[in-house]
Design a protein around this ligand. Structure first.
Ligand SMILES: Nc1ncnc2c1ncn2[C@@H]1O[C@H](COP(=O)(O)OP(=O)(O)O)[C@@H](O)[C@H]1O
Ligand SMILES: [Mg+2]
Length: 225
């Protein structure tokens, strides 16, 4: 039997997931992806840093534990460059075609990691983000909030890079705490877009809360669901 064609959504639908290591982003993405596919959406899952080949090459430089000498602004510019390339080559075209994009981290991650963690300043990073992404802002962002100790203790998830141990993951606890505080402050500033989920809950409870929000968004976009 022929499969039905994916349902286009005017302007597409863009969802990003944010949070520290082990907060459950990859786990939740699989649930959202399956849910949206079951609704007939054309779903593209992408991750940061990375995506198209140019962005994947930037990812290697960023995450390589040997890149110890990297300056914080250099780090920010590389994230922005990777993001820009992913927006232009993958994200924007998929949204323009009426598809759904789910990104494992996006612009808010730079606000939290470089703005907060590296202390470059949230507003400063936000301004540079805008240069990189233009109007390509997510419709909905989930921030999976959990104490860094607890997330890190969950152990490696199914990350394509092979789990924990990359250059950013190896930062000390104080760094991860600054990242979390920055995410929380940023979420308070963007209450309409950023949905905070208590990531200490079971994966099932997190998914239930997230899928309810995704369903609301589908309805708001005029998709029968
Ligand atoms: N809500 C949860 N409660 C307990 N363990 C979880 C939960 N969500 C995910 N996990 C587990 O924690 C680990 C990290 O999850 P993952 O989704 O890979 O996190 P992230 O992508 O944010 O680093 C995995 O082993 C996963 O199965
Ligand atoms: Mg992950």
């Amino acid at each position: 039997m022929a499969r039905s064609l994916p349902k286009p959504i005017a302007g597409g639908l863009f969802i990003s997931l944010e949070g520290g290591e082990g907060s459950g982003k990859s786990t939740l993405i699989r649930r959202i992806e399956a849910f949206l596919a079951s609704k007939g959406c054309d779903v593209l899952v992408t991750r940061e840093p990375g995506g198209p080949p140019i962005a994947e090459r930037i990812r290697e430089i960023l995450l390589d534990p040997a890149s110890r000498a990297m300056d914080p602004l250099t780090e920010l510019f590389l994230y922005l460059a990777s993001r820009r390339q992913n927006v232009v080559e993958r994200i924007r075209p998929h949204l323009a075609a009426g598809g759904v994009v789910i990104s494992d981290r996006y612009a808010d991650a730079s606000v939290a990691y470089q703005g907060g963690g590296r202390d470059l300043g949230l507003e400063r990073v936000d301004a540079l983000n805008r240069e990189a992404i233009g109007d390509c802002v997510p419709d909905l962002t989930f921030f999976l909030d959990i104490e860094p100790e607890r997330g890190l203790a969950r152990g490696p998830g199914l990350t394509p890079s092979g789990g924990r141990g990359d250059r950013i993951e190896q930062e000390d606890l104080a760094f991860h705490r600054r990242v979390r505080e920055a995410y929380r402050a940023w979420a308070r500033r963007h209450p309409g877009r950023i949905r905070v989920l208590d990531a200490r809950q079971s994966a099932e409870a997190v998914a239930e809360a997230a899928l309810a929000a995704v369903l609301d968004l589908l309805r708001a976009k005029g998709v029968e669901a």
